[in-house]
Design a protein around this ligand. Structure first.
Ligand code: ATP
Ligand code: MG
Length: 358
């Protein structure tokens, strides 16, 4: 008796949820995790009262009838969402004093495999998205080739036009692949702290100059207000340039009112926070803005508010996903404030390296 109580106390310290089932199928014990999963007052209930799904029920039945250890999957739904558990039902000696004659008990443990499941799902979604994004320009190109071989064969003007359109589709595929490679690179490097040191004011100034020369900036008003003193962060210059280039290009592409040139204001300032001094770079536009339910999803891969419009602007929806990974690596963050009709403000916040540090 004493021995089995000690054993159960030892099991109680294991962080996996566990329940023990007597030979007659009654629940005789659960640790904290088991109680948290199924609720208190389980003792004496038949296991089918809490584990109705056929997989786990069959595993327990088999383990109870002497067929050895069994595994199954168990989906557990709560108000907070659904979790997936790997269930193991293992025959164990019946603890003394638990009554029952003949046969052993079964210890059922639950391992939460939802994170693995989610990672797998994400990978599948990613492959599906990439294939879809590559297929649309390919389908368009195949269509043009068909037309060039057939109806437009002798039509010089049509040929010129179709070749132009094909070049655009090929460029779209090229951009997509460049973005995918950039994403793979920043993901691989995310856990390695950046080594360089960067003057953020100069870096943003450079990006603004470069972006001003792009077609998207034609007629646009792009204004950058530099801080009084240089602001230094620990960072990778190339990656931080990618961050600001994407956020500023987005403001130019999506931040214009219909029929009007975009007005983009960029500011950079230092501020103190409980985390220490920070640089806050804000890119603000006067565009149509973004509805609240889209905002938390903008940094998902391939997420676009208006996929059709974004595609017309040449967007693949990977830009802000890349930004997020780069900022994670730099211990920074992205804050997005926007409302329909009120323009958008994208803030890039990075920890500052002050004089004497770093
Ligand atoms: N300033 C903005 N105003 C309104 N919508 C925006 C703004 N910036 C981004 N968005 C929305 O967020 C989406 C995601 O932006 P993201 O930079 O990730 O992709 P993209 O610009 O479409 O493509 P890419 O950056 O890969 O060329 C955009 O498609 C657009 O719908
Ligand atoms: Mg973008």
């Amino acid at each position: 008796m004493a021995k089995s109580r000690e054993l159960l106390q030892t099991l109680a310290a294991v962080p996996l949820p566990m329940v023990m089932i007597a030979p007659d199928g009654r629940l005789i014990w659960a640790n904290e995790g088991g109680l948290a999963l199924f609720g208190r007052g389980l003792e004496g209930l038949h296991y089918t009262a809490i584990l109705r799904q056929p997989g786990p029920a069959a595993a327990i039945e088999a383990a109870l009838s002497g067929q050895g250890r069994r595994e199954a999957r168990y989906r557990h739904s709560t108000a907070g969402g659904e979790r997936l558990y790997r269930v193991s039902a293992a025959p164990v000696p019946l603890p003394a004093g638990e009554g029952g004659e003949g046969g052993g008990a079964v210890l059922v443990s639950f391992e939460d495999v939802s994170p693995l499941e989610e990672a797998l799902q994400m990978r599948q979604d990613f492959v599906a998205n990439v294939s879809h994004e590559l297929r649309s320009p390919l389908t368009a190109m195949l269509g043009f080739i068909e037309t060039l071989r057939g109806p437009a064969r002798e039509d010089a003007a049509a040929r010129e036009r179709f070749l132009g359109l094909m070049a655009e589709e090929a460029q779209r595929m090229d951009r997509l692949i460049a973005d995918l490679l950039a994403l793979a690179r920043v993901e691989a490097e995310e856990r390695r702290a950046p080594e360089g040191r960067v003057a953020l004011d100069a870096l943003i100034g450079e990006v603004v100059d470069r972006v001003s020369g792009m077609p998207a900036a034609r007629n646009a008003r792009l204004e950058f207000t530099t801080p009084d003193a240089p602001l230094h962060v620990a960072g990778d210059g190339d990656q931080l340039r990618q961050v600001f280039a994407n956020v500023i290009e987005n403001a130019l592409k999506y931040g214009a009112r219909p029929g009007q040139p975009a007005e983009v204001r960029i500011t950079l300032a230092r501020r103190s926070s409980p985390r220490g001094p920070e640089a806050v770079a804000e890119v603000a536009d006067q565009g149509p803005g973004i509805a609240a339910h889209h905002i938390p999803r903008l940094t998902e891969r391939f997420y676009r508010v208006d996929a059709h419009r974004a595609r017309e602007m040449g967007g693949t929806g990977l830009g802000l996903a890349i930004v997020k990974h780069i900022l994670n690596r730099h211990r920074g963050r992205l804050k997005i404030e926007s409302a329909p009709g009120a323009g958008s403000r994208f803030q890039v916040i990075l920890p500052l390296v002050e004089r004497g540090e770093g």
